[in-house]
Ligand binder design. Sequence first.
Ligand SMILES: [Zn+2]
Ligand SMILES: [Zn+2]
Length: 176
Amino acid sequence: MGRVNSTAAQVVAANLQALLELDTMVVEPWPEPAQALVAARGQYDAGIILRELATPQGGPLRLGLMGKDLCVAFLTYVLGESQLGGRAAVMSLHRLSEGEGGGRAPRHVMLERAAKVGLHEIAHVLGLEHCRTAGCLMRFSAGLATLDRLNMGFCPACQRDLIRLRMDLPTKAPAR
Ligand SMILES: [Zn+2]
Ligand SMILES: [Zn+2]
């Protein structure tokens, strides 16, 4: 939504495909969601964007990518936000390039962070809640330091839940 790093979009999609076995497609960019801009904060309201992204039952799940910063009413910022067991998630790349001590993180670090946030948020959309297992992608991360300590994958218990939750998704039409 708006100007977004297209490599990051491809990397997020590829990881959703590889780790969650979801059929993914990167679509043409949507306009920046002007109605979600919180002018006083210079950020975008994640809740408003989620309502815009959500598709009717049976439609595809959607993950919105933003270059701009996201917030929710009671937090200074969020890296991502999702509808638990719903239809949509949104994530921001805005803070993912931050390095230690105010520098910039290497590009591969930014891309890895983006993949982690995308997987975490879409797992919420599938119905998975937070997990306390060390390193599991479903651990809550308050910021980049905790995000960087997560594995690029789910613990065995979350993995089992994901297999069950994926079976509840509508399957694609059989190939003719
Ligand atoms: Zn979460
Ligand atoms: Zn877990």
